[in-house]
Design a protein around this ligand. Structure first.
Ligand SMILES: CC(C)(COP(=O)(O)OP(=O)(O)OC[C@H]1O[C@@H](n2cnc3c(N)ncnc32)[C@H](O)[C@@H]1OP(=O)(O)O)[C@@H](O)C(=O)NCCC(=O)NCCS
Length: 177
């Protein structure tokens, strides 16, 4: 049995331990991490899964604010679930919970670099190659997007940039990038 809740300050060490154990130190060299360096995740969209019995952290999802072609967007990830508890719906539940919340925030799109067959389960679709330009190499077949408001993805294109340091979520329409 497990439950979802918002990530709290006291969870930070456990979340980071899970992410490091899942992706290893090599993750820091990935293009997606360049978009996260020095920027805080969006606090409203950081959720954890905990075991109901002992409250241990068993899963985590975070989103980062980014700019795509000059428009605010969200970068999903990292998403991680403890290896011994995978395949129980925790990853999907974490994303669905966070995406429902994202629809209440002033963002219109979410992007990520990941496995299309998995993320399609929550509505992500592959973007046409070349539509987004990243600040480093990415596999074009793994560039995915989701509209938080109908049709928003259709016009999303251009350079993906890191948000300014500690970009406030309350004002995503401010110039970023
Ligand atoms: C990916 C991850 C978060 C999935 O979490 P999870 O709690 O096991 O996933 P869920 O139980 O919600 O979903 C399981 C379903 O997704 C499928 N799935 C899991 N990973 C998949 C993948 N990479 N590609 C395609 N399908 C995948 C499973 O086969 C299962 O399908 P089913 O419901 O039809 O049987 C977890 O495996 C993990 O932490 N992996 C290592 C980190 C990682 O790869 N993160 C994503 C970065 S792209």
């Amino acid at each position: 049995m497990w439950e979802l809740r918002s990530e709290q300050a006291a969870d930070t060490a456990a979340v980071e331990a899970l992410v490091t154990a899942t992706f290893g130190p090599g993750r820091l060299a990935k293009t997606a991490y360049r978009l996260r360096e020095g920027v805080d995740p969006v606090p409203e969209l950081s959720f954890v899964a905990v075991s109901t019995a002992d409250k241990q952290l068993i899963g985590s999802v975070r989103f980062w604010p980014v700019s795509v072609g000059g428009k605010p967007s969200l970068l999903l990830g990292p998403l991680a679930v403890r290896p011994d508890l995978r395949g129980q719906g925790i990853g999907i539940a974490l994303m669905q919970f966070a995406l429902e919340t994202a629809r209440t925030l002033p963002f219109e799109t979410v992007i990520l670099v990941g496995d299309e067959p998995y993320y399609a389960k929550v509505g992500f679709a592959r973007l046409p190659p070349g539509r987004l330009r990243f600040p480093g190499p990415v596999d074009p077949s793994r560039v995915l997007g989701l509209s938080l408001v109908p049709g928003a993805l259709l016009t999303l294109s251009g350079q993906v940039l890191r948000a300014p340091l500690n970009h406030p979520v309350a004002a995503p329409s401010a110039a970023i990038g």
